[in-house]
Structure formats: C-alpha cells, structure tokens
Design a protein around this ligand. Structure first.
Ligand SMILES: [Zn+2]
Length: 93
C-alpha cells in the first residue's frame, strides 16, 4: 500500500503582522502617534508604505499622513491599525 505522499501541505501565507510593525515603529520612533486624519487619500502611487514597507499599488487606497518627517504614504489598512493603536496609547496618558 503506497504511502499518501500527496498530502497537501498548506503553505501558510505570511500575513504581515501589521500591529507588530506599528508597535515596533512607535517604539523605535519610526512612527508617531497619529493626531489628525490623512491629508490625502487616493489610489496607491507605488510608494512604500511607512508601516509595512510594501509598495502601495494602484488598486489599493493610499493615505498620506503628516508627521515629524513630512507627509508619508500608508496603506488604508495599515493606517487603521496605526490609528487604533495611537488612540489607545493617547488615552492611556
Ligand atoms: Zn502598509
């Protein structure tokens, strides 16, 4: 009896732990606590997201946020997690 060699191995897609990136970024000073909303929103301009470093493609929505180092692009999903984290941290102080 042949061994079941074709057992499908599910390859875990590496889901970027965006919350981890946000926490690390806030820790290292790469990111800052968001105060105001994005200054610009629209289709991605192929610039790397400040949170996850992945290029924001044209079929994704990009927010530009203003911080200490000027206006930087961020994915809408990264922004939301960053925003939630910022609100949480601000409330604590
Ligand atoms: Zn991102």
């Amino acid at each position: 009896m042949p061994l079941p060699t074709s057992r499908l191995q599910r390859v875990n897609e590496p889901i970027p732990p965006i919350l981890d990136l946000v926490i690390a970024g806030l820790d290292s000073g790469l990111l800052w606590l968001l105060e105001s909303g994005p200054v610009w929103s629209g289709h991605g301009t192929l610039k790397p997201c400040v949170v996850c470093r992945v290029k924001i493609t044209n079929d994704e929505i990009q927010h530009d946020v203003v911080g200490p180092r000027g206006s930087l692009p961020v994915h809408v999903r990264c922004y939301q997690i960053w925003r939630t984290r910022s609100n949480k941290l601000r409330r604590r102080t």
